[in-house]
Each structure stands twice: as structure tokens, then as C-alpha cells.
Design a protein around this ligand. Structure first.
Ligand code: GLC
Length: 566
């Protein structure tokens, strides 16, 4: 592996710092807590550690609203704590990726505060401020968190925010703003970071003139995507960003890049791409939100083949040009099992099966904290403890559309991002060992913490955690899983995801993954000979001749004896 690709064979893990480990006993996770738990991550086999934002922030959107790019929020500790975490992680060969949020900042950032106070100042041009003659918003774009994407200031100007009104968009057209951002990025890379996960980066270019569009809902507004996502000209910004920062370091960059058309993938992650790798979201949500959560279909009701084909297409298109980053969970989604499997079929075994499904795809696998324990959604009894701004918005829209609070909270239980943001359960003690006993944690601990926790699972050979450790070890032991070619197989079977990974160098093995999404036992005719069964989610595998019997929601990883999968 040449130096530029040092990250490719590593396993990544995402920490949501507020909820990982509370070392100072204030109910919120912190940097010292992460440092304390590095050995846990090392033992799991992690080589890249993505931290969701820890910068100074009023926490309107969980830290994705940054008030000081060069400061650590006191909630998480100090810069000394950050330096210590970096040192300790590097010692263990775990490279830290910080979250780089540069499409927008916080309205409490000094730039924005000055722009509010002094119309016409330099900092005003770091944002999209507009005055209109009729006093109406400059256009009809809808913010991604609901409502108009424009907020009025007390002196009658408007500013643009694609996300919450406390997240004003930065004006990338201004070269002086860009230079400030590059300088800040170099400041962090000079500290010895492994790289960045780069937030919402596809939104930094807006369609010139900021035109209104035909409304797609009774609110008279229009989704902002056609006007503010992957807009022509974004490549100039991204090239400059790379040249001024990342290219000068041996760092890895993982872009949050939703909606990049296939024909542009090469520009993003090809040989000379803007980024090392990226998350593709095309298959991460099998349902579409439409106006709100109450319009979504449940698992089992949506079109399985379509979801599967989207996943296959993503893999095939990505391998033509570069290397992906694969995931089923992160801080923006409910737990994966909730998205993909009907509730009646949930079990720790199915958690393992979902693990196999994505772990052997082509790309760096990202584990989101708690996924390796098989955590499920949090089961909030009411909207009160919910912190997440987008959940509160969806809840409000559901009530506006006539749902009762009881009905709306069921939607929260299914779709809210806070379901996966509750404190990490380390053991069975009060507060799950996340915070000391007696402390009120910032979100309630998961109701299952007494059984689903790291300590209990560490010593249980059948646990999801033990299984993840096996998956990691196996993935790291075979070069095929890094560079091997991906090919879908057995497409004629419904409710089945199946693919091969074929070694590209002589002597490298070929593997097949099969994941059944049927709630019935079924037979599958394999088009190849099996050398050995390397991993099975549960219950053993029956193989007679080339007929494989799969149990409900069972996943297997097979090593093939023939070099060719037919
Ligand atoms: C990204 C983050 C999400 C955040 C949004 C705005 O999508 O993952 O958590 O709300 O950007 O910064």
C-alpha cells in the first residue's frame, strides 16, 4: 500500500463525543472520556477515529454550528485534552479525523456577530446577506430543517441558512473567507490529525443569482437542492481547498457528499479527486421523507429490489473510479435495524447479519458507536427529552398535519436521530457507566443498558461485540476485502443481497456474501463451489452440494474454491 493510501485497509469508528464517555461527571461525554476508552477501540481493531464536532459551539445542532473553529467547547474539555487525545491515539496507531464543518458556521461566531452589528463590514461579505424591497425573503428556498432558508435580522436584512437559522451559510465566493478557512484547516493538520470527515461540503456553491423555483408544496417553497447542491463551479472551490490544505499533508479526507451524480464521482474521489473517499447516501435510506416522517413506508413495505440495486450501483460506480466509505449507521440516522428490518424480526442475530452485509463491501467500513453492541433505537416516551433540532421540527410538522402526540412520538421512536445519540452503555451500573451514578445524563441512557453494554458483551462469546471483533479481524486478514473487485450475484432471488469480492492479485482469494432479508427459511442455488464457510450470523449453515439453506435474516461469508464465481 503506497503512502498516499495508508488509510485504505483500516477500519473506521465514529464517536459522537457528547455520548461516548463522561470522564468529568457532568452528564455529557468529553475528550478525556474518549482518551480513556482508546484501548477499547484498539482492541476492536480500529485504525481511524472520526469525532463529530468538539469545537466551541452553542450546540443548536449538536456542535455542527461552530462558534470558534480553533477552540474546543468547554463541554468537551480543553485544547490540552485534545492534544492529549491526539498523542495517545497516535501512540496506538489510531488516526483521528475531526469533523470539518465549513458550509456554515454558528450565528454566534464572531464573524457573524460583527456582520450583524456593522452592516457593510468585511465580515458581512463572508455570508449571504440580502435586503429586499418588498421586505419578503429573497427567494423561496426551503431550509433542510424546515421553513424558509432565510432569516430576517432585527435591522431588516435577510441571511441564508440551508440548515438551522443558527447556522448561517458561509459565502465561498469570497476569497478572503476561503483563505481564513484554509488557514484554520492547516492549523489542525499541523497538530498531527489523520484527516477530516467533511460536512455538507456539496452545498458550498449556490446557483448564481439565487433564483426562486417552482414550489413543490403548499408552503410555496421549494427544496434547496437544485439550487445549492453540486452546483457547477463547485469544482473550482474544491480543487483550491485541496491544493491549499490536504495536498500538503499525508491526510485522509472523507466527504459527506450526497447526491453526486455517477459521472462526477471521478472528480470527487478519482486519482486526482477532491477527496480521498466519500460517503454515498443513495442506499442509506430506503424510504423517502417527503413532507415528513408520517409519509414514510415501514421496513417490509418499501421496494427491496430498488434499494438493493441502488446499493449495487453505488458499489459498481465507485469501484470504476476510486474507493468508497461504507456504513449503515451514523449520528444522523436511527439504528440500522430499525430502517431495514420489521420490528417483529429484531434480534442480536439480525444485528450480526446486518454487520456482514456491509462490512465486506468495497470501501472503508465505518462503525458508529454502539453499533458494535447491537444497540437498538432508544424508545423515548415523549418529546421532552429530545434535543435534536430536526426531530423537533418533524414532530411539529406531524402535529400540524393532524397526528396526535401519541402517534407523533411513535414516529420519533422510529426515525429520530436522537435514537442513536443516547449515552454509550459501558457496563450495567447506574447510567451504564457513561456518567457516575446520580448524575443526570444529557440524553437518557438506553433502557436496555443492563444487558446491552460493553462489559457484558466483552466476555460473551455469542455477543454482537465479539462478532464485530471477528468481522474486523477477518476483514484485516485478507487483502481481497480491501481491493478485491465487487460483483453482484444471484439477482433473480428477491429479498437477497449477494455479492462476490474477487482478489485482484495472484494468490488472493475470492469470497461471496449472502444476506437473506426473508422471514422464512429458503434455499439458494450457488453458482460456484464453496471452499469454506468463514462467517455466519447465527444458527449454523446448511450446505448440501451447491444448495445453501438460509435461515430467516441470516448472512454468511463464504470462501470460494473456484477462482471464478460464475
Ligand atoms: C451534516 C451532519 C448533520 C448536520 C448537518 C448540518 O449532515 O452530519 O448532523 O445536522 O450536516 O451541519
Amino acid at each position: 500500500m503506497n503512502n498516499r493510501n495508508w488509510w485504505k485497509d483500516r477500519i473506521a469508528y465514529q464517536v459522537y463525543p457528547r455520548s461516548f464517555r463522561d470522564a468529568n461527571g457532568d452528564g455529557t461525554g468529553d475528550l478525556k472520556g474518549i482518551t480513556e476508552k482508546l484501548d477499547y477501540l484498539k482492541e476492536l481493531g480500529i485504525g481511524l477515529l472520526w469525532l463529530s464536532p468538539v469545537y466551541k459551539s452553542p450546540m443548536d445542532d449538536g456542535g455542527y454550528d461552530i462558534a470558534d473553529y480553533r477552540g474546543i467547547d468547554p463541554l468537551f474539555g480543553s485544547m490540552e485534552d485534545m492534544d492529549e487525545l491526539l498523542r495517545e491515539a497516535n501512540k496506538r496507531d489510531i488516526r483521528i479525523l475531526m469533523d470539518l464543518v465549513i458550509n456554515h458556521c454558528s450565528d454566534e461566531h464572531p464573524w457573524f456577530q460583527k456582520a450583524l452589528r456593522e452592516p457593510g463590514c468585511e465580515e458581512e461579505s463572508y455570508f449571504y446577506f440580502r435586503r429586499t424591497e418588498d421586505g419578503q425573503p429573497p427567494n423561496n428556498w426551503r431550509s433542510m430543517f424546515g421553513g424558509s432558508a432565510w432569516e430576517k435580522t432585527p435591522d431588516g436584512r435577510y441571511y441564508l441558512h440551508l440548515f438551522s437559522k443558527k447556522q448561517p451559510d458561509l459565502n465561498w465566493e469570497n476569497p478572503r473567507l476561503r483563505e481564513q478557512l484554509y488557514d484554520m484547516i492547516r492549523f489542525w493538520l499541523d497538530k498531527g490529525l489523520g484527516g477530516f470527515r467533511i460536512d455538507a461540503i456539496v452545498h458550498i456553491k449556490k446557483l448564481p443569482g439565487l433564483p426562486s423555483g417552482p414550489s413543490n408544496a403548499p408552503d410555496g417553497m421549494v427544496d434547496c437542492f437544485p439550487y445549492a447542491r453540486n452546483i457547477p463551479g463547485i469544482g473550482d472551490f474544491l480543487t483550491e481547498l485541496r491544493e491549499q490544505t490536504f495536498d500538503r499533508y499525508q491526510c485522509v479526507t472523507v466527504a459527506e457528499a450526497a447526491g453526486v451524480p455517477n459521472e462526477q464521482l471521478g472528480e470527487y474521489i478519482g486519482e486526482n479527486g477532491y477527496f480521498s473517499t466519500m460517503f454515498d447516501f443513495s442506499y442509506s435510506e430506503p424510504y423517502s421523507y417527503g413532507r415528513g416522517w408520517h409519509t414514510c413506508k415501514n421496513p417490509g413495505e418499501w421496494d427491496f429490489r430498488r434499494w438493493r440495486d441502488t446499493l449495487y450501483a453505488s458499489q459498481l460506480e465507485t469501484q470504476k473510479v476510486g474507493y468508497g466509505a461504507v456504513f449503515t449507521e451514523n449520528h444522523d440516522y436511527p439504528r440500522a435495524i430499525q430502517k431495514f428490518v420489521p420490528e417483529k424480526d429484531h434480534s442480536p442475530e439480525v444485528q450480526k447479519a446486518l454487520g456482514i452485509l456491509y462490512f465486506y463491501l468495497r470501501g472503508v467500513p465505518f462503525i458508529y458507536q454502539g453499533q458494535e453492541l447491537g444497540m437498538t433505537n432508544a424508545r423515548f416516551p415523549s418529546i421532552d427529552p429530545i434535543d435534536d433540532i430536526s426531530t423537533r421540527n418533524h414532530y411539529r410538522v406531524a402535529l400540524e398535519d393532524g397526528l396526535s402526540p401519541e402517534e407523533a412520538i411513535k414516529l420519533v421512536a422510529r426515525y429520530s436521530r436522537d435514537n442513536a445519540r443516547v449515552p454509550f452503555p459501558w457496563d450495567a451500573s447506574e447510567n451504564g457507566g457513561f456518567s457516575p451514578a446520580g448524575v443526570k445524563t444529557w440524553l437518557p441512557v438506553h433502557p436496555d443498558y443492563q444487558t446491552v453494554n460493553a462489559a457484558a458483551e466483552e466476555h460473551d462469546p455469542e455477543s454482537v461485540l465479539t462478532f464485530y471483533k471477528q468481522m474486523v479481524a477477518l476483514r484485516k486478514s485478507e487483502p481481497t476485502f480491501v481491493d478485491g473487485a465487487f460483483a453482484p450475484i444471484l439477482r433473480r432471488y428477491d429479498k437477497l443481497i449477494a455479492y462476490t469480492r474477487k482478489g485482484t492479485s495472484p494468490g488472493e482469494k475470492t469470497f461471496a456474501v449472502l444476506c437473506s432479508f426473508s422471514d422464512k427459511t429458503r434455499k439458494v442455488e450457488l453458482p460456484f463451489d464453496v471452499k469454506s464457510i468463514r462467517l455466519c450470523s447465527h444458527g449454523g449453515v446448511k450446505l448440501s452440494g451447491n444448495t445453501l439453506t438460509l435461515k430467516p435474516y441470516q448472512s454468511v461469508l463464504l470462501e470460494l474454491s473456484a477462482p471464478e464465481a460464475k
